[in-house]
Design a protein around this ligand. Structure first.
Ligand code: 13P
Ligand code: SF4
Length: 313
């Protein structure tokens, strides 16, 4: 980065910090956003942390930096807070691959079968679900549900991973088209290559990765679990198979460990629609507010509350 770019970034960060203090707006972001945003965040985390974070936030206004379903989940759980996003176009194609009609169809085919949705889903789909889960708690939630068969969506990769660990039968909605393009397109051959180049490194991948990658990995975990896996394992070098933004967080948490991205091309273009300029503009304008209609909010809330119940049982 040139000196001028660095200086501009510093000025922008200062302006953002001043404005959010003046207006008492809390900046919350997902682990995948760019490093310059992570640097100025009041809270950051994986989607499980972000779903449970609001009780820790005192301000009435939150600027959420991530993708839309995450901001929506926060709003569903905290209707009295005003939640803004820097770019309303930052969405999750995997969440959008599932429709409420697909879930209704599966429910007709498999009556009395609980529906568990990955939190990467729209409020309209959550309104049709019995439980949600995140990649950080999917096994715990599914193990605690008193049923051997589960309707699960939209991520078939996470579903298959949990199906194997839990031994429960999963019925997938929407099926083969439910995946994250960022993770699913990381090829398994990359794991073979890094093992030749870095023979002592261990490979940690996100459960959204395809089977051929998961099978070759040493550990599988959510973005929130990755730092803990490294701390527990105590190794010196790790290859990280998830969105590249995660590397910055892990380097902050483990400055003495050597970390490489499994695929430098694994970039979520939606997360990267957020930047310092649109954060500053939103702080000024207080636009792009997340609104969830009240009857939809109440229906969508049930499966999230049920997720927390399953974590307590
Ligand atoms: P985490 O739950 O691990 O934060 O993942 C969210 C996500 O969108 C991964 O692509
Ligand atoms: Fe959605 Fe994949 Fe981006 Fe996560 S990384 S927000 S699952 S597109």
């Amino acid at each position: 980065m040139t000196d001028t770019l660095q200086e501009n970034m510093k000025l922008l960060k200062n302006q953002i910090n001043t404005l959010k203090k003046e207006k008492n707006i809390t900046l919350v972001c997902h682990n995948y956003v760019s490093s310059e945003i992570i640097d100025i965040a009041d809270f950051k985390g994986d989607s499980l942390t972000l779903a449970s974070i609001a009780s820790k936030i005192e301000s009435e206004k939150i600027l959420f930096v991530g993708v839309d379903f995450m901001a929506e989940t926060l709003k569903i759980l905290n209707p009295t807070k005003r939640i803004f996003v820097p770019n309303i176009l930052a969405t999750c194609p995997m969440a959008n691959s599932l429709s409420p009609e697909m879930i209704q169809e599966a429910k007709k085919q498999y009556p009395s079968t609980p529906v568990v949705l990955y939190v990467n889903s729209t409020a309209e789909c959550k309104a049709e679900a019995d439980y949600v889960c995140t990649s950080g708690n999917a096994l715990e939630v599914i193990n605690n549900i008193p049923s051997d068969t589960i309707i699960f969506g939209p991520d078939k990769n996470l579903g298959q991973h949990i199906e194997k660990l839990s031994g429960k039968k999963m019925i997938y909605v929407p099926g083969e088209s439910g995946f994250c393009y960022v993770h699913d397109k990381i090829p398994g051959s990359l794991v073979d290559e890094v093992r030749v180049v870095h023979p002592n490194a261990k490979v940690i991948v996100h459960p959204e990765c395809a089977l051929e990658v998961r099978e070759k990995a040493d550990f599988i975990g959510s973005t929130g679990q990755m730092a803990g896996i490294i701390a527990k394992d105590g190794g010196e070098c790790y290859i990280i198979g998830t969105e590249v933004g995660m590397l910055y967080n892990l380097k902050e948490a483990h400055p003495n460990v050597t970390l490489y991205a499994l695929s430098p091309h694994a970039m979520c273009s939606n997360m990267k629609k957020n930047n310092l300029l649109n954060i500053l503009a939103t702080l000024k304008s207080e636009s792009n507010e997340i609104i969830v209609e009240e009857s939809l909010r109440l229906k969508a809330k049930t499966c999230i509350v049920n997720m927390f119940e399953m974590m307590r049982s």
